[in-house]
Structure formats: structure tokens, C-alpha cells
Design a protein around this ligand. Structure first.
Ligand code: NDP
Length: 290
């Protein structure tokens, strides 16, 4: 029977730390404030935003949601985003993706200034994740840093380990590969053109799957002699409309050493990282007197 790497105990211990930080900030007259920009009424986006607000408020932060019209023009949208992030009371800010079609031309990775970019997408923050330098000083992308927190919590030392990341997006695959590299893992990044994905995954000590295909990774990708750790980033609906990851859970139970569940794994870790980034930004902006 393999170990299930649940997010719950990590989120609980992190919440205790963040509540203490909130008290310490409050004693200096600062209440961490997160502003969220939501355009339109995509049901999944609305759920994500509600969950983030609930978590932020539970930690003693303020969370304002700016719900903008689905048809908003690029000019109006940019003006609104800029006025929100210019407000000195705002410590962290992000735009809930996806945006509607008419806003396609906007480079969302450069929209929020680096010191308030709690998503960790801004090039200055991405550069820190890619170089592995000053990681503590910057706001690191939430899903990748949440995965590292999960591996840390469950005591997986990455030094010398072979990590196979499936997926090469700028928000998950590439940055998580770089964070693993910074932890001295030997990293292989796979994608849809990888010749023999099974050959790669079978050699891995740790597999991180960020594909976005329900139940894609089954036992045929695993090597049950290696006690492999498999992290599931995917968020998918299966043919019955049930929320599932990239992994076929029943195969993981039999063939993996440990795996992260969906729901209850990387998803909550991502929100946890968002909160850590908010408190980091609030501390830093307060130190700088902004
Ligand atoms: P992208 O669609 O940007 O990237 C998917 C990657 O998977 C691509 O690099 C693609 O390769 C690769 N891929 C697709 N099919 C295959 C295949 N058959 N074999 C090998 N590689 C394949 O997605 P994201 O990185 O944005 O997200 C990935 C998943 O993670 C999604 O399900 C998303 O919803 C979820 N997600 C979850 C988060 C969380 O908080 N839990 C946060 C962010 C994302 P190629 O580049 O060649 O096309």
C-alpha cells in the first residue's frame, strides 16, 4: 500500500505560522491585503477565487474581489488593474485566468508589478525560480513552490534523485523542474514530443505530472521496484464529470511508493503558496515603508 501525500497537515501547520505573521503585522498596523481581479463569470474561476478569499480571510488578511464585466475593453481592464496595484494598501494582487478572448493580447505575466505578484509570474520572480538564486527574496510561482513544500514536508531529499517532470509550461513544468534542479536533483523534462515517455518515467525516483489528461499516468509508466514518488498536478474532469488528476489512483496505490491525491494534494498546496507569497509581500512592502 503506498503512502498518500495529503496537503491537509501541511496547510494546517503553514496556517499556524501565517496567523502568527498576521498578528505580528497587525501589531505594526498592517493588515495583509490581497486584491483579486476576476473578469466574467467562468464557474471554475469563480470557485477558485472564492476558495482563495476564504483562505486569506481565515488567516486574518483582507481579500477584495474586483469582479469585472466579461465584455470589458483592454484599455478599461488595464486601467483598472493599474489603479488596483498602485494602491499602497494592496500587498498582493493577481488576475484570475483565463481571461476572455478580447483580452488575449495582454501579457498576463507582466501585468502585476513584481513586488505584488503573488502568482509569481513576473519575469523578475520567474528569473529567481530559474536561476535558483534568492528564492527567499522573491515571490515564486505557487504550484511549483507548493510541490517543493510538499516534498519537503514528507522528507524527500531531492539531492542526487532523478526527477522526471511531464509538462513544459511556464507556470508549472519549467519552473518546478528548475526548483528541483536547485535542490540538486537530476531533472528530465518531458512533453508531448518525448519519444518514449515510459522509458523516462520508469527510471525516475520522483515523477511530477502536469499534463492535464484524466487518468493518463497508469501502472505502465511506473517501476514498482523503485518505490517511486508521484506528484499529480493535473486538474481534470473524467467521463462522469468527477474531478480527477493525471494519475490513475488505483494503479498508484499498488505500484507507487507514494503519490499525491486529487483532490486534496497539489491544489490546496498552490493556494497555500499564494498565501505565503501574500504574507511575504506584505512583510517586504512594510519593511520598505510602501
Ligand atoms: P499546459 O497545457 O500548458 O501544459 C501541458 C503539458 O503537458 C504540455 O507541456 C504538453 O506538451 C504536455 N503533454 C500533453 N500531452 C502529453 C502527452 N501525451 N505526453 C507527454 N506530455 C504531454 O498545462 P499547464 O502546465 O498549465 O497545466 C497542466 C495541468 O495542471 C492542467 O490539468 C492544469 O489544470 C493543472 N494545473 C493545476 C494546478 C493546481 O493548482 N493543482 C495549477 C496549474 C495547473 P507540449 O508542450 O509538447 O504540448
Amino acid at each position: 500500500m503506498s503512502k498518500i501525500l495529503k496537503a491537509n497537515p501541511i496547510v494546517e501547520s503553514s496556517s499556524e505560522e501565517l496567523k502568527k505573521k498576521a498578528e505580528s503585522l497587525l501589531s505594526r498596523g498592517v493588515t495583509p491585503r490581497l486584491d483579486v481581479i476576476l473578469v466574467g463569470s467562468n464557474p471554475a474561476s469563480m470557485t477558485y477565487v472564492r476558495n482563495k478569499k476564504k483562505r486569506a480571510e481565515g488567516l486574518g488578511a483582507i481579500c477584495n474581489i474586483h469582479h469585472l464585466d466579461e465584455q470589458i475593453s483592454t484599455e478599461e481592464f488595464l486601467a483598472k488593474v493599474n489603479s488596483i496595484q498602485a494602491d499602497p494598501a494592496v500587498h498582493g494582487c493577481f488576475v484570475q485566468l483565463p481571461l476572455p478572448k478580447q483580452l488575449d493580447q495582454i501579457n498576463t505575466h507582466q501585468l502585476i508589478r513584481a513586488d505584488k505578484d503573488v502568482d509569481g509570474f513576473h519575469p523578475l520572480n520567474a528569473c529567481s525560480a530559474f536561476s535558483g538564486e534568492e528564492l527567499n527574496q522573491h515571490l515564486i510561482a505557487c504550484t511549483p513552490s507548493g510541490i517543493i513544500d510538499m516534498l519537503d514536508f514528507y522528507d524527500y531529499d531531492l539531492t542526487g534523485k532523478k526527477v522526471v517532470v511531464i509538462g513544459r509550461s511556464m507556470i508549472v513544468g519549467r519552473p518546478v523542474a528548475m526548483l528541483c534542479l536547485a535542490r540538486n536533483a537530476t531533472v528530465t523534462i518531458c512533453h508531448s514530443r518525448t519519444k518514449d515517455l515510459r522509458e523516462e518515467t520508469k527510471q525516475a525516483d520522483i515523477i511530477i505530472s502536469a499534463i492535464g489528461k484524466a487518468n493518463f499516468l497508469d501502472k505502465s509508466f511506473l517501476n514498482n521496484q523503485k518505490n517511486q514518488v508521484v506528484i499529480d498536478v493535473g486538474i481534470n474532469l473524467d467521463e462522469n464529470g468527477k474531478l480527477v488528476g493525471d494519475l490513475k489512483a488505483e494503479d498508484m496505490q499498488e505500484y507507487a511508493g507514494a503519490y499525491s491525491p486529487v483532490p486534496g494534494g497539489v491544489g490546496p498546496m498552490t493556494i497555500n503558496s499564494l498565501m505565503k507569497n501574500l504574507f511575504k509581500a506584505a512583510e517586504k512592502l512594510n519593511e520598505l515603508g510602501n
